[in-house]
Design a protein around this ligand. Structure first.
Ligand SMILES: [Zn+2]
Length: 415
């Protein structure tokens, strides 16, 4: 009996960490993108959840051990999801054994300090990313919740030119299914090894010029296998032709708009995307970053990005679901400020940008009942901003504090 009690106690010590409880004073609280803000109040968290959201007149009962986050006071919104990141930089190497502080600092620099409390990794060394996630879950490392697609699927002979520098042992594991059966097997392996979805490269240029397309039967098989396990399929489109392939194959999310196409998305494509509930992650800043690397003159960059903004404006006006994402990790510039400005220039209101960061990804991942809003019972994923993002969308990137499932993962000022 004593042995059993000891074993249970040990299990408990390994599986959990001390719950945190926070009282977060607020100048303003946006409980949801479409709700009028509360002025002067507070959010009380207990463990992983939000206990209550109160206005200035209420006096909530504060559980013993609650810490007051005075250093965080500001504008409270729900925690952000970045739906397009990569854990591919050297800081993540050997995540199972790397120092916890170094990993926490790496996560803080790339994600936590910008309020990302959930991130979707759309391609990395799967085993390593799963180790990184495990150390966050155990509480050794502080950072956002990580979802991942693990290793993406590519067209045959279609490893893109920009990832050819990866270590040969990683490149050797890249899936390039030749037929439906191999596609299903690749998806099953990824999901069995801890992936939360599937990523397809539909159109690549292995040497920077030749085009390789994923075939319709491979797309369809990968989608069916992923959906059968209740997960989503994300696709890198590159071209209009590949978007048509994604629509035919019932892909769920496009991880980019398409750059430099002769014709923009037409009404038919946009209507079909919306009808099939296909979501789009715009990554405007990435286009600027890539074109600057190629020394493209600024006026041409502006024109090319304006074309993709026109596409997104049409998609948004037709009721399409937009998910925020930056491709950070692949893109070494971490600050998302420019992306917020680009989204506003594409016609999104601050409330729509907030939705792309909170309620839209929660709904898309079927977790709307659990997260995405500031309400009692929801997961305590919270961001406190310095200023009101409705007055200036740049304020979305000016974060005082971030809490992921009730844990303080970033504080600009020491408590
Ligand atoms: Zn990417």
């Amino acid at each position: 009996m004593r042995l059993i009690v000891f074993a249970v106690a040990l299990l408990f010590a390994v599986e959990t960490y001390a719950a945190e409880s926070w009282l977060i004073p607020a100048d303003k609280i946006y409980t949801a993108p479409d709700a009028a803000p509360l002025t002067q109040g507070a959010v009380l968290t207990w463990g992983e959840r939000i206990q209550s959201v109160v206005d200035e007149k209420s006096r909530p009962r504060i559980p013993k051990g609650t810490k007051t986050a005075d250093q965080c006071r500001g504008v409270v919104v729900a925690g952000f999801q970045n739906s397009h990141v990569h854990f591919t930089e050297p800081v993540w190497n050997d995540a199972a054994h790397a120092g916890a502080d170094a990993l926490t600092r790496g996560l803080e620099k790339m994600l936590s300090r910008y309020g990302f409390t959930t991130v979707f990794d759309t391609g990395s060394d799967q085993a390593n990313t799963v180790e990184l996630r495990a150390r966050i879950t155990k509480g050794e490392v502080r950072g956002p919740r990580i979802l991942t697609v693990g290793l993406p699927l590519y067209p045959v002979d279609g490893i893109p030119v920009y990832i050819k520098d990866l270590p040969p042992e990683v490149l050797a594991r890249m899936h390039q299914p030749k037929n439906a059966e191999e596609a299903r097997a690749a998806v099953r392996t990824n999901l069995a090894n801890g992936a939360d979805g599937t990523k397809l490269f539909l159109h690549t240029s292995p040497d920077g010029t030749a085009a390789r397309f994923m075939t319709a039967d491979v797309i369809r098989a990968a989608v069916e296998e992923t959906h059968a396990q209740g997960k989503l399929v994300l696709a890198h489109p590159t071209s209009l032709e590949a978007i048509r392939g994604a629509l035919a194959g019932k892909v769920d999310i496009l991880v980019h708009t398409t750059l430099g196409e002769k014709a923009p998305w037409d009404d038919g494509i946009v209507r079909q995307m919306v009808a099939q509930h296909m979501s789009v992650i715009p990554t405007f800043k990435l286009w600027d970053y890539e074109l600057r690397k190629q020394d493209v003159p600024a006026p041409i960059i502006e024109k090319l990005i304006a074309d993709t903004q026109t596409e997104l404006r049409a998609f948004s006006a037709a009721g399409g679901q937009i998910l925020f994402g930056t491709d950070v990790g692949y893109m070494h510039e971490y600050d998302p400020t420019d992306e917020y400005v680009y989204l506003q220039k594409a016609g999104l209101t601050p409330a729509q940008i907030l939705a792309s960061l909170t309620t839209a990804p929660a709904d898309r991942w079927n977790e709307g009942a659990k997260r995405g809003r500031v309400a009692a019972g929801q997961q305590a994923d919270l961001v406190v901003l310095e200023g009101d993002p409705v007055e200036d969308v740049r304020n979305f990137a000016k974060v005082r504090c971030a809490f992921s499932a009730g844990r303080l993962i970033y504080s600009a000022k020491a408590p």
